[in-house]
Design a protein around this ligand. Structure first.
Ligand code: PRX
Length: 571
């Protein structure tokens, strides 16, 4: 595999990375931000008020593209005023320290106002996907014990009104657009609420006080509500600087939905903490709009997902020149080497993978701006995180370089979740002997780069071999006619499981038997017979979670249904 050096014309902004990071020690870094143990610290103040106090009230904090394409800015000063009123409105509504405020909104500036206003008031903020149906929303709002909800009229009418009687703690609902006729008690327009609200000074939170709540679905069972503290902001700021090359006055575009942890930690906090301008585009995905944003809004740093990049790749024949773009990074699912290299061809910039979880709260491994990329690898540890590959479940037994094991991380980075109120045993279960166990399988190579293999529970055991779905998917995606692949195990009476691949072919030509055989031969050459798929099925699209991960659970069900039917036919 070829290493990719940074393009010679594009130098990372952080030129003294080694000096800054070689001896990083989190307690000192936290103390520098005033977020040491027990210190009074509020992440909204660090993100907004601090810049205003430094005379930067007129700097744009948000560049907002409305649904109709309107383009406007909100300064740090204006954002401070709105968040202080949102905090005041919470106080007037009797919302106290630690109470939960949830938002079901797409990428709109009201998210920034709600999250910053909530944590300013000492309450806890959580975002949920607006594409969730009523049952998923009801389950999460109930688990979160949501006291206030900020959402749209459409979401309220279609999804919240029918479940409201299941949510006894939900007392206030503030709508970002219009009010329905005969609004029930507690339902108000956010604009009216803010217009009447007093300006609130920040609450006396401490660095360890709870601030954010993120749901993780896990692969089984009910979603876990993870609580993160105010001091996580220091990790958002510094990983933004080290792994995303973010700095003051950059235009930063994080395309993640605010219903996902990425849309909050990096969509809201990382750019503001670094004094940058965050681009907020309320429109649905459209390749032309995306390229227009990158070019006309002079995006310097772009943080997105492999799925979005692959969708763009399918839709775009030739990308325009993007002279402002300095760094592209992705997160959330494995980044195959084809997409890394496509970035280089299309934008003159490779895509830098970053790895983290809702639990870690911030990036822990990344293809760093200051280091060469290994396409297909997740990258190197970020400063202050010490990852290792260990025997699954046993951090005291490391495995050798090159072998597959569970990814564990040691270090006192401040964004690791504090607790999980609906699963009080969870934190103790995943932290052991000073290590946090990720549940992901990975390997480390001799150069210290980490390679993702799969979620522990997605591994395929075929004829005694352990096969990681991502390695098979990456090999398939290296075939010129494959744009996406999802790989799972299907039950087999002889081998236990066999490898099945669901493949989305690229547009050109027929997806026929000849193509199927060609892809199969390509996979066998790359992977050998043990890991190559036994079955390849063409699909127009693959099922994804809201955050873009391939829904392997659904593919597994499909594969076992089809394989059951086939064995039935044979019998
Ligand atoms: O399995 C890993 C995958 O996404 C999981 C975390 O999901 P979530 O908590 O929703 O994400 C939070 C913010 C990223 C991980 O356990 N994952 C994440 N990043 C990568 C990844 N898998 C492969 N490569 C990545 N870069």
């Amino acid at each position: 595999m070829e290493w990719i050096e940074k393009h010679p014309d594009v130098s990372p902004r952080l030129t003294d990375y080694d000096a800054e990071c070689s001896n990083l020690n989190w307690p000192d870094a936290l103390a520098r931000w005033g977020a040491g143990e027990n210190q009074p610290f509020n992440m909204a103040v660090a993100a907004v008020d601090r810049h205003v106090a430094e005379g930067l009230a007129e700097r744009p904090a948000l560049r907002i593209i409305d649904r109709d394409g309107g383009d406007r800015s909100l300064t740090y000063g204006a954002l401070q005023a709105q968040t202080a009123r949102f905090a005041g409105a919470l106080g007037s509504a009797g919302v106290g320290v630690g109470d939960r405020v949830m938002a079901v909104l797409g990428p709109v500036p009201e998210v920034h106002v709600a999250v910053l206003g909530t944590v300013r008031a000492g309450a806890v903020f959580g975002g949920l996907f607006s594409a969730f149906g009523p049952d998923l929303l009801a389950q999460r709002l109930r688990l979160a014990e949501a006291r206030v909800l900020v959402t749209t009229t459409a979401v309220y009418e279609r999804k919240i009104a029918p479940i409201r009687d299941r949510l006894p703690s939900l007392r206030d609902i503030w709508l970002v657009d219009g009010l329905p006729e005969n609004p029930p008690p507690g339902l108000r327009r956010l604009a009216d609420v803010l217009a009447e609200a007093p300006y609130a000074e920040p609450a006396a939170t401490r660095a360890e006080s709870p601030a954010l709540l993120h749901f993780t679905s896990g692969t089984t069972g009910e979603p876990k509500a993870l609580i993160h503290a105010h001091r996580a902001a220091v990790a958002h700021a510094l990983t933004g600087r080290w792994a995303l090359d973010l700095g003051p006055e950059d235009c930063f575009w994080c395309t993640a939905d605010p219903g996902w942890v990425t849309g909050i930690s990096y969509g809201v906090f990382a750019p503001l903490l670094n004094g940058a301008t965050a681009l907020v585009d309320a429109r649905d995905f459209d390749p032309d709009h995306w390229l227009e944003n990158l070019r006309d809004r002079a995006v310097n740093v772009w943080y997105t997902s492999p799925t979005a990049l692959r969708m763009l790749r399918r839709a775009v024949a030739e990308a325009p020149a993007l002279p402002a773009l300095r760094h592209i990074a992705s997160v959330g699912e494995p980044l195959d080497s084809e997409t890394v290299e496509w970035g280089l061809r299309a934008f003159g910039q490779p895509v830098h993978d970053t790895y983290w979880q809702s639990e870690t709260g911030a990036i822990v491994i990344a293809n760093l701006p200051v280091r060469a990329i290994k396409p297909g690898a997740m990258g190197l540890p970020v400063p202050g995180c010490i990852p290792a590959i260990v025997t699954p479940g046993d951090p005291d037994s490391p495995v050798t370089d090159g072998a597959v094991g569970e990814l564990a991380i040691r270090g006192d980075w401040p964004a690791l979740f504090r607790d999980c109120p609906n699963r009080p045993d969870y934190r103790a279960r995943v932290t052991r002997s000073g290590w946090y166990l990720t549940g992901d399988l990975a390997r480390r190579d001799a150069d210290g780069y980490f390679w993702f293999v799969g979620r522990g529970d997605d591994m395929i055991k075929t004829a005694g071999h352990m096969v990681g779905p991502f390695e098979v998917e990456a090999a398939l995606m290296a075939h010129p006619r494959v744009s996406e692949a999802g790989v799972v195990g299907a039950p087999d009476p002889v081998a236990g499981e066999v490898v099945w691949a669901f493949v989305v072919p690229t547009g050109e030509g027929e997806a026929d038997e000849t193509l199927r055989r060609d892809i199969l031969a390509h996979a066998r050459r790359r992977l050998g017979p043990a890991a190559a798929p036994r079955v390849i099925l063409f699909r127009r699209r693959l099922p994804h979670t809201r955050s873009g991960k391939i829904l392997r659970r659904r593919l597994r069900r499909l594969a076992s249904r089809i394989s059951g039917r086939q064995s039935g036919v044979k019998a």
